[in-house]
Design a protein around this ligand. Structure first.
Ligand code: SF4
Length: 387
């Protein structure tokens, strides 16, 4: 039986395998299987699963890929992730992929979908316009139509008819996946010393590139391992990290925050895995409708979503209360418009409510953490000494 350390090491290898080996193996095990890449933040992977496909999350090459050609595709004042995704495409990392889905999150991702078309990547490219209107008869109808066009593309490739039974089964597997991840976060909220935030990050991130059935087994095993007491609580403050919903921070940065005197008990890393808050109905005769309703009614908040009527400030405060955090770390990717437009609003709310926070910028390939360690360490000490 694998230990926690061994599982985390396996997950880290899977999560940063830029050859997407497991997806390739899975596809070759049976004819008619389809691999579809999707970009952050959120995409309902259930529909690809039900169509005999594997949705693979593409998050950039992080600090594992040197960007040379990708820089030529973008101006300098654009975040890092799309350059590295273009570099991966040009270096043929996605050659085994059948198609790509680009959920609408910002102009950069919209343009990236156009570049993939120009580069002739895959057999289909879908720019998926996630609705910003949360009324069932407007945004819901539109979203459902968008999802159907994705299914139509997969059908053209493998001829698999997505029945209600198939889709309900897939929804059930992803419900379980979200539930297990929620339970891991819940345990870490109470006992953050049992597993580091970086280890949890690797375990969750592996789920982006392997079949959900395999990821559910990993999550269940990790849960059983951290259900028992392990390690010793340290004198650290509890923080929420906000702003990393799209381009991911390097794992070294996550480690640095915890080494500098914090327990990260909530974050928005890999937000797509936790986007739907709660289960999606698995008994509906129209499961596509159930997925649509879940998006409209159970989505978490993020800078990628316009939230009139459900302000992010209030939702952030609610999260701060529920996770009992001592402070907030606003960590946004450099040049990330959605995050950097939201943060002043969220920070004003923190100021008004006397919630301590700091902020800094990062790139997925940031390699020097000394300054961040000093900043976070001072933040932690100041809360411990004077709060
Ligand atoms: S990091 Fe921000 S700006 Fe860059 S692609 Fe993601 S949402 Fe867009």
């Amino acid at each position: 039986m694998e230990t926690l350390k061994e599982i985390v090491a396996r997950c880290e290898e899977l999560a940063f395998d830029l050859s997407f080996k497991r997806a390739g193996e899975w596809k070759s095990e049976q004819t008619g299987r389809v691999v579809a890449g999707y970009m952050p933040v959120y995409f309902p992977r259930e529909i690809i699963h039900a169509a005999n496909g594997l949705a693979v999350g593409i998050l950039g090459g992080g600090d594992k890929k040197l960007i040379i050609k990708g820089d030529a595709y973008y101006q300098s004042y654009i975040c890092h992730m799309p350059r590295s995704i273009v570099e991966l495409a040009l270096d043929k990392h996605f050659d085994g992929f059948d198609g790509f889905i680009f959920p609408s999150i910002c102009d950069v991702i919209r343009n990236l979908s156009g570049m993939f078309q120009l580069l002739g990547q895959g057999k289909f490219i879908k720019y998926l316009d996630l609705p910003q209107n949360f009324k069932q008869h407007i945004g819901g109808t539109f979203y459902r139509h968008e999802l159907q066009t994705v299914l139509d593309e997969i059908y053209k490739l493998n001829g698999v008819e997505v029945t209600a039974e198939r889709l309900n089964h897939s929804i059930g597997l992803f419900n379980l996946n979200r539930r297990l991840i929620r339970q891991l976060y819940q345990i870490r909220q109470e006992f953050p010393w049992r597993m580091t935030a970086a280890d949890l990050y690797h375990v969750v991130r592996a789920g982006n590139v392997i079949p959900v059935e395999e990821h559910n087994e990993i999550l269940a095993r990790v849960l059983s391992l951290i259900a028992e007491e392990a390690g010793e609580p340290l004198d650290k403050i509890r923080v929420l990290v906000m702003g990393a919903f799209c381009e991911q921070p390097p794992a070294g940065l996550i480690r640095t925050i915890e080494l500098a005197g914090c327990y990260i008990v909530e974050d928005d890393f890999l937000l797509g895995s936790r986007w739907i808050q709660g289960d999606i109905d698995t008994t509906s005769a129209d499961p596509l409708e159930a997925i649509t309703t879940a998006y409209l009614e159970k989505s978490t908040f993020s800078s990628s979503v316009y939230d009139v009527g459900n302000p992010k400030e209030a939702r952030l405060l609610d999260l701060i209360r529920r996770r009992k955090v001592d402070g907030v770390i606003f960590a946004a990717p450099s040049f990330c418009d959605p995050a950097l437009l939201d943060h002043p609003i969220l920070q004003k709310e923190c100021n008004d409510k006397k919630i301590r926070f700091i902020s800094f910028l990062y790139s997925e390939n940031t390699g020097q953490f000394k300054v961040i360690k000093e900043q976070v360490g001072t933040f932690s000490d100041s809360i411990k000494l004077w709060d």
